[in-house]
Write a protein that binds this ligand. Structure first.
Ligand code: PMP
Length: 436
């Protein structure tokens, strides 16, 4: 529990940081140490981390290979000078990501965040197509700057209604509350494709720059579209010459288990992919990988002062190597299945749980008012607090704020999955209406 000093820090935070920078928990926590998949707060309490800093810590904490790579760079004395000079680690990382992307002759640009990556993708697409019309997906989240907020379809996060781009929304993977009712995959995809054609015909002039989409919506509550939805979309986009941008900020690096990139589940090659979060395993790095003609369409200079700096790229190269060398994608697939089976078991006896969904180590639990489908955000908040009290950190999200999100580091073990399932079962049982 928080002591006096900790309470003062919370007050100081509220006094000097913006009101819209919300903190988790009735008594917010300060994490001061971490190792493996466990974090320790300033009171000495330890937690199994099933949110990993909103998927930033792809491989967990205090991994020797990563710390050593960063330390070697620090030992040179060069944290960063300028991206106006050659940075060896940047070139090496770009080569690896270009190859992994599958995009022929791909080019890579590094940024410091996912927001900046998506802003860059939007700038490139609008410039390439000479149009400021953009298609996004309902309930999406793409970042917190001017254009990315403008295309964010989740009301809770679209902090400004003013936008430099004109956006129209297509249907995505939120099937639990689908406007088309409960359909088979094939019929759902057909309904979405018909809807996209109508959106294009009624809300755009046709010369749209791009569609930007999260293969699985993150902030939106881990909503999974049926495999192949984006294939159906891509066929329509191709008729119009519209580019496809896959926002892989949460779904990249093998987290979805089946594939290295989330969009691969749909059997299409996007024109651009944006990434961030897990690649740095805690260091600030993001970027985009794109078709060379799209990447090179700018004629003026454009650099990022810190994007792809030596420390961030030293760390990111080591993270990427670690993911590949240890086949963490396979671990995400295997343990994701174990986690999901356990959660379905809890869901069957709990009318508070309306839906369990996800892929790999990206699983959402949607809470409802028992007896129907009304969103139950109070239950989700209560589960957040109950899990914390039992030593487990989880995330919250969803359009109605009623989804608990699980996204542990991909180095997770079977014992840790079982530990989390026990805590989740007990925590849901502790919510009014919950069943043990
Ligand atoms: N895209 C997606 C899918 C995200 O989940 C996020 C962050 N939650 C962003 C973009 C923005 O990334 P950042 O916070 O690093 O700017």
């Amino acid at each position: 529990m928080a002591d006096l000093e900790q309470n003062q820090l919370i007050d100081r935070h509220r006094a000097v940081l913006p009101s819209w920078l919300a903190l988790y928990y009735d008594e917010p926590i300060e994490l001061v140490r971490a190792e493996g998949r466990r974090v320790t707060d300033s009171t000495g309490a330890t937690y199994l981390d099933f949110f990993a800093g909103i998927l930033t810590n792809a491989i967990g904490y205090d991994v020797a290979e990563i710390s050593d790579a960063i330390r070697r760079q620090l030992d040179t004395g060069v944290l960063h000078t300028s991206t106006l000079y050659l940075i060896r680690g940047q070139v090496e990382l770009a080569e690896k990501i270009a190859k992994l992307s599958g995009i022929p002759d791909a080019k890579v640009f590094f940024t410091n965040s996912g927001t900046e990556a998506n802003e860059t993708a939007l700038m490139l697409a609008t410039q390439f197509r000479r149009s400021n019309q953009v298609l996004a997906i309902r309930n999406s989240y793409h970042g917190r700057a001017f254009a990315t907020v403008g295309i964010t379809g989740n009301r809770g996060w679209s902090a400004s209604s003013l936008s430099p781009v004109k956006v129209s929304y297509a249907q995505g993977g939120y099937r639990y509350r689908s406007p088309f009712g409960q359909l088979s995959d094939v019929d759902y995809i057909r309904a979405c494709a018909d809807d996209l054609r109508e959106v294009l015909q009624t809300t755009t002039s046709g010369d749209v720059a791009c569609m930007i989409a999260e293969p699985i919506q993150g902030v939106g509550g881990f909503c999974v579209p049926p495999d192949g939805l984006f294939k159906a979309y891509k066929e329509i986009l191709d008729e119009y010459g519209i580019l496809l941008v896959s926002d892989e900020v949460q779904t990249g690096w093998g987290r979805t288990g089946e594939h290295f990139w989330g969009m691969q589940a749909h059997g299409v090659m996007p024109d651009m992919m944006t990434f961030a979060k897990g690649l740095g395993n805690g260091l600030a790095i993001g970027g985009l990988v794109a078709r060379p003609d799209v990447m090179d369409c700018l004629t003026a200079n454009s650099i990022s002062t810190f994007g792809g700096n030596p420390v961030a790229t030293a760390g990111a190269n080591a993270v990427l190597d670690y993911i590949l060398d240890n086949d963490l994608q396979a671990n995400a697939a295997k343990l994701g299945l174990r986690l999901s089976e356990g959660l379905h078991d809890i869901a069957t006896r709990n009318p508070l749980v309306g839906d369990v969904r996800g892929k790999g180590l990206m699983i959402g639990i949607e809470f409802v008012v028992p007896g129907g489908k009304d969103p139950n955000p109070k239950a989700a908040v209560r589960v957040l607090e109950e899990t914390r009290a039992r030593g487990l950190l989880v995330g919250k999200g969803g359009l109605h704020n009623n989804v608990i999100r699980l996204a542990p580091p991909m180095t997770l073990t079977e014992d840790e999955v079982d530990e989390a399932l026990d805590v989740l079962g007990e925590s849901i049982a502790a919510v009014p209406g919950g069943v043990s």
